[in-house]
Design a protein around this ligand. Structure first.
Ligand SMILES: Cc1ncc(COP(=O)(O)O)c(C=O)c1O
Length: 438
């Protein structure tokens, strides 16, 4: 008896995170998607092989740099959770941002980005992209549409921002920034790492492309570096074809056809081009083993996020009332941001946020060294609680003045609150604060 495929669009998030995109292994009917640890896949016949290479068959596999069945299971699951059409798994979050943008820009083009970005994204845009001749304008006033409009130029090809910005938890007004991007005729690319699709789905508010470091909350276990690009399939590269030669100019190896006329009507132009140009040619593929570990984490995403959110609320309350702390910076704490939290984050804000230790630089260092449950390390989004003092670690080479300008003073501590017992976490912070001012 053949069963009908379920209508996944009717499922709730909790069901999708476990079942979306499932395809049972045909040989042994393994319940869990196997780790297809194989570099290459045997062609059943010459015609099948030809169809794969000519892109008439987009669902089969040939060589694992471009696609692998375990990665494909992750791609279907995360596309469904984000409400996107297609997703492409890659080797890291950094690779996801790089490829998402390199699929849009080339030498001479320009990107407008929020200045409230993960440091690695800033370095990528300010240094590596600049070396490739790709211009950048940063927008400080991230929720001022006029500032985004003023930063755009005729050669702009992408807007880029984080839905919740690292490390202060600033919330982006996605709808208004997407409106400006579309007015200017470029896609809005959102890094949704801190929010996860459980808290916020940027595509529902007009974003065109979403990227993630899956290393963080999506996996949640701190065991596998990874990244993913999710495409809504909605951006119209045909509206101004001369702006997008990568999509609209004929490609020799595809019989002189172009991506837009070939795949645009199915919403696949961006995702197919990404997989078979920038991913294939630059090569930062995801490993099947890491995708297997990521799938395991995804199954419990909503449960973990609910606990992250509840614990964070308790920790924020504790820190906000403590005289040893001069300020706490979380989603909704910046002036005028409360309404954005109500609109975009009804399930709660991110569990990555920061506070300023009232005792200054050395007290902040002593605090970090006194923590017993929180781990002192450079990561976020783990089930374990994590803490870092940017001034003595990731920003050690940045001048105090520049750090201050970026809203990261000398004694700022970034926390990533895990899913342990909230009372234990608060007791740990309390004892470390005491030890730091003794
Ligand atoms: C918001 C954000 N985006 C992207 C990245 C890069 O991800 P990865 O470390 O997986 O390359 C990070 C890493 O810390 C991040 O915090």
């Amino acid at each position: 008896m053949t069963r009908e495929a379920p209508d996944e669009s009717r499922w709730s998030f909790d069901t999708k995170q476990i079942h979306s995109g499932e395809r049972l292994d045909g040989d042994y009917r393994a319940r869990i998607p196997p780790i297809y640890q194989s570099t290459s896949f045997v062609f059943t016949d010459a015609e099948t092989a030809a169809n794969i290479f000519s892109l008439d068959n987009l669902d089969d596999f040939s060589y694992a740099r471009g696609a692998n069945p375990t990665n494909a299971a992750v791609e279907r699951r995360i596309a469904s959770l984000e409400g996107g059409l297609r997703a492409i798994a890659v080797g890291s979050g950094q690779a996801a941002t790089t490829l998402a943008l390199l699929n849009l820009v080339r030498t001479g083009d320009h990107v407008v980005a929020s200045s409230h970005l993960y440091g690695g994204s800033l370095t990528l845009l300010q240094q590596r992209f600049s070396e490739l001749g790709i211009g950048l304008t940063l927008v400080d006033d991230l929720n001022n549409p006029a500032a985004w409009r003023a930063a755009a130029r005729p050669e702009t090809r992408a807007f880029f921002a984080e839905s919740i910005a690292n490390p202060l938890g600033r919330v982006l007004d996605i709808e208004s920034v997407a409106a400006v991007a579309h007015e200017v005729g470029v896609p809005l690319v959102i890094d949704n790492t801190l929010a996860t699709p459980y808290l916020l789905r940027p595509i529902e508010y007009g974003a065109d492309i979403v990227v993630h470091s899956t290393t963080k909350f999506l996996a949640g276990h701190g065991r596998a570096v990874g990244g993913i690009i999710v495409d809504s399939g909605r951006f119209d590269f045909g509206a101004q074809p001369q702006k997008w030669p990568g999509f609209t100019e004929p490609v020799d190896e595809f019989g002189g056809r172009d991506f837009w006329t070939r795949f645009g009507d199915r919403g696949l132009a961006y995702s197919v081009r990404l997989r078979i140009t920038v991913l294939r040619d630059f090569g930062p593929s995801a490993s099947a083993f890491n995708s297997f570990l990521l799938l395991q984490g995804l199954e419990t995403l909503s449960l973990r996020m609910r606990q992250h959110v509840a614990n964070s609320a308790r920790v924020i309350e504790f820190l906000s009332e403590d005289p040893r702390v001069s300020s706490v910076h979380y989603s909704g704490s910046a002036p005028g941001e409360r309404e954005l939290v109500e609109k975009y984050l009804p399930r709660g804000g991110s569990s990555v946020f920061s506070f300023v230790h009232a005792g200054g630089y050395h007290a902040a260092v002593r605090f970090i060294e006194s923590l017993q449950i929180f781990s002192h390390l450079a990561n976020i989004g783990d089930v374990r609680s994590l803490a870092i003092h940017p001034a003595s670690t990731v920003q050690v080479g940045v001048s105090a003045a520049e750090r201050e300008k970026a809203g990261v003073p000398d004694s700022l501590i970034r926390l990533s609150v895990g899913i342990e017992d909230a009372d234990d976490l608060i007791a740990d912070l309390d004892q470390a604060l005491s030890a730091s001012i003794a």
